[in-house]
Design a protein around this ligand. Structure first.
Ligand code: SF4
Ligand code: SF4
Length: 444
């Protein structure tokens, strides 16, 4: 492979992933789900089913209070009740959720039909309508509805960047998708090219993923519309700002986004969901998840319905081994530590990691003052000076911290990961980011 792209900073994680060669198992046991009626950026939702109702897979169970996406049942089964829950990602507010007992049959509603027009005759508005009806969201990124991106940016986007890399420790869900369903990814990219009215796409792969890359390359065929971009495998390659800079040379700075520069970045998973909406009429109700880490008995790649609990995932992997452990939703650097294992998995969960508790426990005795070693600056992919920002926050000078670019931090966690003083510069930077957001909200 020639012309390998790179970016400044980042870290290559070398640990071998035990799930890389494991085929994805579909989870279809009889089990209780708790499906949150929530999609980021969409209006509040209310239930349109009640306890005792029978539901089919793909049926609407939550409808928006104004124009927007619905939530669909991920399984066939019986509604047990409607409850209010708090998601681990946002404990500040309660949202409604539907409890469904799955009958294990995964019976689809009969209305699910493939889109019946040739892609070449389909308009961007029609594509947006299909994706809205199927509630397809931007998986692995902000989780917002894809149809809104299409309506906002068609005609303004010149580069469609599809991230097919997997550089996060333990994660293999994207690689398994590339192995198992490469044609779905390619089908989704073609639909998105049509939606954004552009004739090409940049497909991002990491150089350490040769087998998965080859599988996807085969599905691309000899199409001149796809430009394959091989990058050095370093976390956080998925960062949209890094990919935009590498593709068009523009720095996506504070207060801007790739779309301001005519680029948009979507994941391989999103492309596959787009394809499923068109080819089968299937709403987005499930996703691939890697369950891994030293403390899980049999790590696996699973295709799971939204609303499944962390407990059910752990049971599916034959439980916990090696004593007390911590559960992380996401990656070890930035994931959320989950204390309530009965909480539901949502579209934003790409991996669930079980690691020995000791690795996660905060140990105050290891923390010391910054020794100005410069490692955090060297590793920061967004070219920030984390120790300077952290020092400004420690001095109570939020204005200076913001001036130094705190708001541009991608929250990749690398500065804290490499810090020999364990001083956690990212937490300080987040303080500055949050204070800047609150200030802006107060000014509105
Ligand atoms: S968390 Fe923010 S400041 Fe730290 S390395 Fe990542 S982008 Fe840079
Ligand atoms: S890595 Fe830690 S000790 Fe080194 S300069 Fe950054 S904050 Fe200071």
């Amino acid at each position: 492979m020639s012309n390998v792209y790179s970016f400044r900073g980042g870290v290559h994680f070398t640990q071998k992933s035990p799930t890389l060669k494991l085929h994805t198992e579909r989870f279809k046991d009889q089990i209780k789900l708790c499906v949150p009626l929530f999609i980021p950026g969409e209006p509040d939702m209310t239930a349109c089913v009640k306890a005792g109702d029978t539901v089919l897979r793909g049926q609407e169970i939550g409808i928006p209070s104004s124009d927007g996406c619905s939530v669909h049942s991920p399984v066939s089964g019986t509604v047990e009740g409607i409850v209010n829950i708090r998601l681990p990602s946002d404990k500040s507010r309660e949202i409604p959720a539907i409890e469904i007992f799955s009958d294990g049959k995964m019976e689809n509603i009969p209305l699910l039909q493939p889109f019946d027009k040739k892609l070449s005759e389909t308009t961007p508005e029609e594509i947006a309508d299909v994706l809205k009806a199927a509630s397809v969201v931007n998986l692995n990124y902000d989780g917002t509805a894809v149809y809104r991106k299409i309506l906002a940016y068609t005609g303004k986007i010149r580069r469609l960047i599809i991230n097919c890399s997997e550089t996060e420790p333990f994660h293999t869900n994207t690689l398994r998708l590339m192995f198992e369903r490469p044609a779905d990814i390619i089908g989704g990219i073609k639909i998105l090219m049509r939606a954004f009215a552009i004739t090409g796409a940049d497909i991002i792969m990491a150089d350490s993923e040769e087998e998965a890359d080859n599988s996807l390359l085969k599905a691309c065929g000899k199409s001149k519309y796809f430009k394959i971009r091989i990058f050095e495998s370093r976390y956080p390659l998925s960062d949209p700002a890094l990919l935009t800079k590498a593709m068009i040379g523009y720095e996506v700075g504070p207060g801007t986004c790739p779309e301001d520069f005519g680029c948009t970045v979507l994941s391989a998973e999103t492309c596959a969901a787009v394809y499923h909406a068109f080819a089968f009429g299937l709403p987005l109700v499930e996703r691939r998840i890697t369950v891994s880490g030293e403390s899980v008995t049999h790590p696996k790649n699973l295709l799971v319905p939204f609303g499944i609990s962390y407990t059910a995932l752990i049971d599916k992997c034959d439980g916990i081994r090696n004593g007390p452990c911590a559960l992380i939703d996401g990656n070890p650097l930035t994931g959320i530590c989950i204390s309530d294992y009965s909480a539901p998995v949502t579209a934003s969960t790409s991996a669930v990691l079980l690691v020995p508790e000791l690795l996660c426990r905060a140990d105050a005795s290891r923390v010391s003052a910054c020794i100005n070693c410069g490692r955090c600056s060297a590793v920061c992919p967004r070219r920030l000076l984390p120790s300077y920002i952290a020092a400004a926050v420690n001095a109570g000078n939020m204005k200076k911290a913001v001036k130094l670019g705190a708001e541009f931090c991608s929250e990749c966690g690398l500065c804290s990961y490499v810090c020999p003083a364990h001083s956690g510069p990212m937490n300080r930077i987040l303080q500055a980011k949050n204070s800047a957001v609150s200030e802006k909200e107060a000014d509105r």
